[in-house]
Design a protein around this ligand. Sequence first.
Ligand code: SF4
Length: 413
Amino acid sequence: MHRQSSVGEDGEPPSALSQLSSLKRFNSAGRGFWSDVSDKDWNSWQWQLKNRISTLAQLQRLMPTLTPEEFAGTQLANTKLALGITPYFFNLIDPADENCPVRRQVIPRIEETNTAPWELSDPCGEDGHSPVPGLVHRYPDRVLFLVTDRCASYCRYCTRSRLVSNATGYDFHADFNEQLGYIERTPQIRDVLLSGGDPLLFSDEKLEYLLHRLRAIPHVEFVRIGTRIPIFLPQRITPELCAMLKKYHPLFISVHSNHPRELTTEVRDALGRLADAGIPLGNQSVLLKHVNDDVTVMKALVQKLLLCRVKPYYLYQCDLIAGSSHLRTSVRKGLEIMKALRGHTTGYAIPQYVIDAPGGGGKVPVNPEYVLSRNSDRVVIRNFEGKVFEYPEARDGKPLFKPSEDFCPPELV
Ligand code: SF4
């Protein structure tokens, strides 16, 4: 007789499995309020930028369900990190759900004005590692090149909220000669990450100028672009842009997606165009409270990214950005999620969970405990099922085949 199991094939209860498959379904963002806009306009990235939601009046008109916290927060936006949402991305917000994971990322809240004592305007200490304006040289062989302060939409937890959206009048040097000059005269720099702001907001010509100049520097082996444009504005990923980018290999792109709902059919197609241009794609997510601090949501995100030909690269513990407490979740929760992924899904789907050490210490990997103990004779390890194993440690290249006699196997965890 067939008996219905209370767990699915991979050990998940049926309700979690059905939630997982629903989260992984690809849908279009649709047209929403913009059903009368022509296809030509809707698919134009310039039209999307020109028609961004950037004022309280626009937001109230499109979303009468704004909560008092959101209303008060939006009133204050534009005096600091701006409000900006592309019409395309706005369509992913559920106006009936106050806790909509897309809404929480882009709609300001009054909690942004609460600054905890440990929060900082420059939580990663970038300004202290800046040899010339707009360039951060924190690691020995690579630099972060901040090329613009503009983004297609603005994330409320942005690590660079001190400078994006012209929040503090940060001085960007439009000709880039100072930054390129530093890279040219610093031979240890072999890797340049273009970021900001979002470099893909540049015209194809301006971006090509930068890539061309960087490629002309003999010691620059590798160029990366950090962008959230494929998620906020997939219309920007035109065939012409892809044709230009593919001339500058090796070129990698890191995208930024936090929730599976952001991976629409439009985003999948845009990422496919980049992948077809031979560009390796990675994703950086930020762990955010009530957005993706949930095992099923995170599993759906990482599996769906693979379907979009993107390797989940980093999962960041949310930086200690001023006014971000309401979006931060605990490291304990992050470790719990990582533990639920490792061994339970494809290894390629598993990002490295990191904390960017406050004050400029760089990225520090944090992992659940898989090594229980270690000495010169043996390493005691735990697998994803909690089973404990002993691995004989090699000494001067010679493995010990027998565990030492005084070894007592620990209890299974
Ligand atoms: S896209 Fe990136 S740089 Fe721009 S607001 Fe979001 S996190 Fe900040």
